[in-house]
Ligand binder design. Structure first.
Ligand SMILES: *Cc1c(COP(=O)(O)O)cnc(C)c1O
Length: 366
């Protein structure tokens, strides 16, 4: 029985990806050991925050870094940092920021929902969010014209959630930020490249610890030393209700340090997905193919095309039955409207592809 079942929660097979709603990542044993050891001991937390910054700097190429409880917290804390700096009175007034530059500019196609609205996270940090352009079209002038003496920063969302077409690039936003003398913050929550945006010249870059980094519930902000000092300072204010504990920091750092050397499991994952498709051959109503990740990453998913006529049920019906079983199986359903269900091999624990095959066959046989 899993530890979650002991509390009456149903067993979950995650075939959808790094989903926060399903617990994001299952950490490696070495990360779990680090969490456990840290949880059973004491440390001067302010000293640990500074030490963590050195590790973050070495992995990302940034001057310094600040651990957070996630990318959402990183967004709120980064906003507070560019508005309040290290001024204690301002830090203690966040999210009330009357009289100081508090506007953060975001392209309208980046004003997205990742599980919660990005602009709400910025507002918690004291920002008055200024959305510019239209949802599918932003010109450089929209951004540049919005910058005034009330502007605290520009904010860019690097994510599949954000509109890709019609938005201005990071390069353009960097050029505007430089010209106007304001910082550019990038939310790169789920991105795999931990150095790219710092190398490009971004002032603060935010990552989730539970996504690509495969850490516990955690995250980080990396960037310029003075701004990171301001990020850490927010733990005396708005950062407090979203603080990361000592065990979270150590678990995160352990995952971060093994990130570059993490084993490449893409070939085994591909083999497992080929096996799954082979097993489903001849099952009426479903055809399986291997599909490489849309963004070109070495992720090979099994794509199941449900033929609603032959199956007597739609992809949505199959998804509903997969999710309502025990164990509950969660698939990747972005293209369910096209009759497609994707199986992501990355979060699958050993042998779970066998359970998925059996369940899909059972659902289609009914
Ligand atoms: C997942 C995500 C977040 C939130 O990350 P957490 O670590 O869960 O707080 C923020 N922004 C984007 C673009 C995301 O994809």
């Amino acid at each position: 029985m899993s530890i979650f079942e002991q509390y009456g929660c149903k067993k979950v097979i995650n075939a959808s990806g790094k989903m926060t709603a399903l617990g994001a990542s299952a950490v490696a044993p070495v990360v779990a050991d680090a969490l456990r050891t840290a949880a059973m001991d004491y440390v001067d937390v302010s000293e640990l925050l500074v030490a963590a910054g050195k590790v973050i700097a070495s992995v990302t190429g940034a001057e310094d870094g600040c651990p957070t409880t996630g990318a959402a917290a990183g967004t709120a804390i980064a906003a507070a940092a560019v508005i309040a700096g290290t001024n204690l009175s301002l830090i203690e007034s966040i999210p009330n920021t009357n009289g100081v530059p508090n506007e953060i500019i975001i392209q309208k196609g980046h004003s997205v929902h990742f599980g919660a609205p990005i602009i709400q996270m910025l507002s918690i940090g004291g920002a008055k969010v200024v959305e510019v352009g239209q949802a599918n079209h932003v010109e450089k002038e929209h951004i540049a014209d919005a910058v005034t003496d009330r502007t605290a920063a520009l904010f860019y969302v690097k994510s599949h959630h954000a509109v890709q077409k019609g938005m201005q690039s990071i390069e353009t936003m960097l050029a505007i930020a430089k010209e106007k003398g304001i910082p550019l913050i990038i939310d790169a929550a789920a991105e795999e490249d931990l150095r790219k945006y710092i190398a490009m010249g971004a002032d603060l870059v935010i990552y989730s610890g539970g996504k690509a980094i495969e850490g516990p519930t955690s995250g980080m902000i990396c960037g310029r030393a003075s701004l990171i000092e301001a990020c850490r300072a927010q733990y005396k204010g708005v950062g407090r209700p979203m603080k990361i504990g000592k065990e979270g920091i150590i678990g995160f750092l352990t995952a971060l340090q093994r990130y570059d050397d993490r084993p490449d499991e893409s070939q085994q994952q591909l083999e497992r997905m080929k096996w799954l498709i082979e097993q489903l051959k001849g099952t009426p109503g479903v055809t399986g193919t291997i599909l490489q990740d849309e963004a070109g990453r070495a992720i090979y998913r099994a794509q199941l095309a449900i033929d609603a006529k032959a199956a007597g049920k739609t992809a949505y019906d199959v998804i509903r039955e997969l999710e309502s079983g025990n164990p509950a199986i969660y698939t990747r359903n972005h293209y369910a409207n096209l009759g497609l269900i994707n199986i992501d091999p990355r979060p699958l624990l050993e042998g779970q592809e066998e359970i998925i095959v059996a369940r899909v066959k059972e659902i289609l046989a009914k």
